[in-house]
Ligand binder design. Structure first.
Ligand code: SAM
Length: 225
């Protein structure tokens, strides 16, 4: 079973996300165990404080090294981890290839930053990979952790109803996915492409591939190069 330990100052932000849909189903099926850690539980300070003023001054607080170290040392003493991932705007951009790679791991720790980020010494000592979910700044790493976990968990064998489904999604073969339709075949003058109703598998596959290429050329030509 895959295990993901998520360290956060507001784990409740992620609870609902993991209690629904594919992530919930994967967890119920014993494919993944998501374990939340409230960083405040690892603070020895009054009011369970986990942040402090930045050395050198300036706006914003910094997540302090002691509670993070305490939490990480405890987890690392309990089991071996394949990755300790910190979510940060200056990290490696999350793409399908990285999700595929991470889905092969067994144990991972996700660190969600907040405020101005975490003390750099935590990154230097513990973090094995830094991941960004896009060129914009979020208030915290919780959404980035949820996005990354979702992209990984849906790839675990047994997580999706039909295992081949993830393989036909965008990016897996370097192309965007073709258009999809469902019943009714006619709606207010709009009809479904004839080939999809033909029952001819080879023609349907060829049409889908052609549509994928056309869509990729139009929307994401960078993928083709
Ligand atoms: N001062 C940081 C900077 O400019 O790079 C931004 C800190 S941000 C307000 C707080 C936290 O949100 C970060 O430490 C990180 O964990 C998370 N975060 C924000 N944007 C993110 C992104 N695009 N990808 C992943 N995590 C992000």
């Amino acid at each position: 079973m895959m295990r993901i330990d998520i360290i956060s100052v507001i784990p409740a932000l992620m609870h609902s996300f993991f209690e629904h849909s594919i992530c919930k189903r994967a967890s119920d099926a014993g494919l993944v165990d998501i374990v939340f850690h409230d960083l405040h539980d690892f603070s020895l300070k009054k009011h369970r404080q986990v942040d402090d003023y930045p050395f050198g001054g300036g706006a914003g607080m910094v997540m302090a090294i002691e509670p993070l170290s305490r939490c990480l040392d405890q987890l690392l003493s309990e089991r071996t981890y394949d990755e300790v991932i910190f979510f940060t705007p200056d990290g490696q951009l999350l793409k399908q290839g990285l999700a595929n790679q991470l889905s092969l791991n067994t144990n991972m720790i996700f660190i969600c930053g907040h405020y101005k980020g975490i003390d750099e010494r935590v990154r230097d000592k513990y973090v094995t990979r830094e991941v960004s979910i896009g060129d914009y700044v979020l208030s915290g790493g919780e959404l980035a952790a949820a996005v990354t976990a979702d992209a990984i968990i849906r790839l675990l064998p047994g997580a999706l109803g039909d295992e081949s489904s993830a393989l036909t999604d965008s990016f897996q073969d370097g192309l965007l996915a073709p258009p999809v339709y469902t019943r009714p075949s006619e709606f207010n003058g709009q009809s479904v492409p004839e080939v999809l109703l033909s029952g001819h598998d080879r023609n349907i596959d060829a049409w889908r591939h052609e549509q994928s290429v056309l869509r990729t050329q139009k929307r994401r030509p960078d993928l083709l190069s």
